[in-house]
Ligand binder design. Structure first.
Ligand code: F6P
Length: 354
């Protein structure tokens, strides 16, 4: 099953698990639809060779996904509309039993893997595969989907560069990443962002504006500011907006930064929010290969009788770690790390001294 927000490379993983299981071990693979909802509702189908043919390069997931369904706090529809919440985790166990599943492969980020870990404590044998464009899982150097998101964000920054230069504007681009600034840092470096604002380094508008003025004094009449959706000014907190459904969702800091620059410097500023563009589209070659390696290793772990582990990439090698370790918090950027220092060394401003 695939759970949580989608990301490029999910289909490549499904293909690798299915083909790897079938070709090398003659194992049958069953796919549960729409994340944990499919598990609760026993909504599944046999993934044969034909089903995974031609999907390696396709974004999204042929299994569907959702980041709203938690089997321990499941929304059950009630007559007359609306829903009530109930613990339906026992129904997951029943579905797995009915389909004679001996290993549950969960392709997910921190949320889905935490739920999988919880199911494992109830006796469900789980193998996890780390996915998320945010790259914020602590037990793996990188998650698949991240490289594609960075490529999308970098291309956007490149495009904003030319229009920023033509119009002598400050162009702010807001990227995803929740409470970790990996996409902003990586794409900001690759795209030559003049200022990169990340949640790990609360920023100061004075420092941001001083950087823009400094560029102006050297004849650079435009600036590119890359802002992670979870970035915030020192002394403040990340910006959430309420949705119609009442959910709290990060977003909007890009426009606030653009407005602040315009007000403080009288410089024309524009904000672009990349949003879900970063989650869609064709996975990069790197993500396709990584997803394939992850999927194949998951099957190897199953064949070896292992359970409750997550496959990972460490120092360039594929390995695995206990699931409990994989869900222990999130991986954030160390403000003193080599990547931040390298960016700062070529003049990138982080909105605060680094
Ligand atoms: O976790 C991946 C992610 O893309 C975050 O970067 C972002 O905040 C969130 O998902 C958005 O999720 P949704 O699909 O609920 O809009």
């Amino acid at each position: 099953m695939t759970g949580g927000g989608d990301c490029p490379g999910l289909n490549a993983v499904i293909r690798a698990v299915a083909k790897g299981a079938l070709y090398r071990y003659g194992l049958e693979v069953v796919g549960f639809n729409n994340g944990f909802r499919g598990l609760v509702e026993n909504d599944a189908w046999v993934i044969d060779e034909k089903a995974v043919s031609g999907i390696l390069h396709r974004g999204g997931t042929i299994l569907g996904t959702t980041n709203r369904d938690n089997p321990f706090d499941f929304r059950l529809p009630v007559a007359g509309g609306g829903y009530r919440r109930a613990d339906c985790s026992h129904r997951c166990l029943e579905s797995l039993k009915r389909r004679s599943v001996d290993r549950l492969v969960v392709v997910g980020g921190d949320g889905s893997l935490a739920l999988a870990h919880r199911l494992s404590t109830m006796g469900v044998p789980v193998i996890g595969i780390p996915k998320t464009i945010d790259n914020d899982l602590p037990a793996t150097d990188v998650t698949f989907g991240f490289d594609t998101a960075v490529a999308t964000a970098t291309e956007a920054i490149d495009k904003l560069h030319t229009t920023a230069e033509s119009h002598h504007r400050a162009m702010v681009v807001e990227v995803m990443g929740r409470n970790a600034g990996w996409i902003a840092l990586q794409a900001g470096m690759a795209g030559g962002g003049d200022i990169i604002l990340i949640p790990e380094i609360p920023f100061d508008y004075e420092v941001v504006c001083a950087k823009i003025l400094g560029r102006r004094s050297r004849g650079k009449q435009f600036s590119i500011i890359v802002v992670a959706e979870g970035a915030y000014p020192a002394g403040d907190e990340p910006l959430y907006r309420k949705t119609a459904g009442g959910a709290r969702r990060l977003g909007g800091i890009g426009q606030i930064v653009a407005d602040a620059i315009e007000t403080r410097l009288g410089m024309e500023s524009r904000a672009t929010v990349l949003g879900h563009l970063q989650r869609g589209g064709t996975p990069t070659p790197y993500d396709r290969a990584l997803a394939t390696r992850f999927g194949v290793r998951a099957v190897e772990l199953i064949d070896a009788g292992r359970r409750n582990e997550m496959v990972c990439l460490r120092g360039g090698a594929i390995g695995s770690v206990p699931l409990a370790e994989a869900v222990s918090g999130i991986k954030r950027i160390d403000p003193t790390c080599e990547q931040v220092r390298a960016a700062a060394a070529v003049g990138t401003c982080f909105g605060a001294p680094v």
